[in-house]
Design a protein around this ligand. Structure first.
Ligand code: PLP
Length: 371
């Protein structure tokens, strides 16, 4: 059975043109980019072409882009590297970040005795930026770790505003941009971010490849030790084919952004309208006006809908409602718990892509109405 796939914040299906490009590249660029012969040089050159391409698309400089195995590795490198190399003694973050950030921040506290402060937020997860300003002391170099688009709620952080506060208080600003890369006309030259990350499989590219953006002039130590790849920032033989796929996927996403953005916007509006009008006791978890690809629907808990996410799966619809623990029961995420809504509502996170249709949305709503 082909499922109606509405879980695009977890991962996206690879774009056929990306697969085609990678397929051709696999035969041509198999050399080790560190080898000095021509086969190696060809692989090295294509990686550098990809870096230039990614940098141009994000309006960054090629020297600011480092390829990695994905966002998790990039996040570990940035946060731990910043603590070790930039003398960070204070991290300011929030409790509704992705676990990749939450766990690394906790590790910094344990390993390096870094002081950690969390910004408060309201009932839909909007961060209180006044707290950020108050928490930033003038005489310290703090690291602010706040994500651009929340992967569960879709809430968007005003990047420029946060960057301005950080600049004023001389703090470094890292934003987990995983969910927004390829979905906006990102401009890294203008938004004053110090660090950002991306993962190709979130924008119809391959899995196991990503990048980190480190602003020019900032030097941090690498996360893993070994060879001098990625200008000493990421040891290990490069994933040449993945990098080519990442660059192609980003190029397609951004070149076709306006068409897909409007299209997905309409899908989300349709979903939102039908839920509001037809399931009166459902709520939206998070800011329903946030990222155009995500809508988290809180379905009221009743006696017969405990297995809602599994039932939707059986009916052929893939959405997310938390993560499954070993017994197969869904664990409510730390984000939904933090909003204080987990007792009364079952979260149904719908995350859309250019491949979804109005008909699919209608099928989902028709099914939800039965629960
Ligand atoms: N940050 C956010 C916001 C995410 O949504 C994800 C993936 O779900 C990650 C980080 C980690 O990405 P990856 O699993 O590709 O390393």
């Amino acid at each position: 059975m082909i499922q109606i796939y509405l879980d695009n914040a977890a991962t996206t299906s690879p774009e056929p043109r990306v697969i085609q490009t990678m397929h051709e590249a696999m035969l041509q660029y198999f050399g080790n980019p560190s080898s000095i012969h021509q086969t190696g040089a060809a692989a090295r050159d294509i990686i550098e072409d990809s870096r230039r391409q990614v940098a141009k698309l994000l309006k960054a400089e090629p020297s600011e882009i480092f390829f990695t195995s994905g966002a998790t590795e990039s996040i570990n490198t940035i946060i731990e590297g910043a603590v070790k190399s930039l003398g960070i003694k204070h991290i300011i973050s929030s409790e509704i970040e992705h676990p990749a950030v939450v766990e690394v921040v906790k590790k910094m506290k344990l390993l390096y005795d870094v002081h950690v402060s969390y910004i408060d937020f309201d009932e839909i997860g909007t961060l209180n930026l006044k707290t950020l300003r108050d928490l930033l002391q003038d005489k310290e170099h703090a690291l602010v770790c706040l994500m651009h688009a929340n992967n569960e709620l879709g809430n968007l952080l005003p990047l420029k505003k946060v960057a301005e506060i950080c600049k004023e208080k001389k703090a470094y600003f890292f934003s987990d941009t995983v969910q927004s890369i390829g979905k906006f006309d990102n401009d890294f030259s203008n938004c004053q971010l110090d660090f950002a990350v991306g993962s190709a499989h979130k924008f119809h590219g391959p899995k196991g490849v990503g990048f980190m953006f480190i602003r020019k002039g900032i030097n941090i130590s690498p996360y893993q030790n070994g060879g001098p790849q990625e200008r000493n920032m990421r040891a290990g033989t490069e994933n040449t084919i993945g990098i080519i796929g990442l660059a192609k996927a980003l190029e397609i996403s951004l070149q076709e952004l306006h068409v897909h953005c409007d299209y997905i916007h309409n899908l989300k509006s349709h979903l939102k309208k039908r839920i509001s009008e037809e399931i009166s006791d459902a709520i939206f978890l998070g800011d329903s006006d946030g990222l155009y690809t995500i809508l988290n629907i809180g379905m009221p808990k009743v006696s017969h809908n405990k297995m809602l996410i599994f039932n939707l799966d059986v009916e052929g619809i893939a959405v997310s409602g938390g993560s499954a623990c070993s017994s197969g029961v869904l664990n409510v995420s730390h984000v939904i718990r933090a909003l204080g809504k987990s007792e009364q509502y079952i979260p149904v996170r719908v995350s859309l892509s250019k491949n979804n249709t109005i008909d699919e949305i209608d099928k989902l709503v028709d099914l939800l109405k039965k629960y």
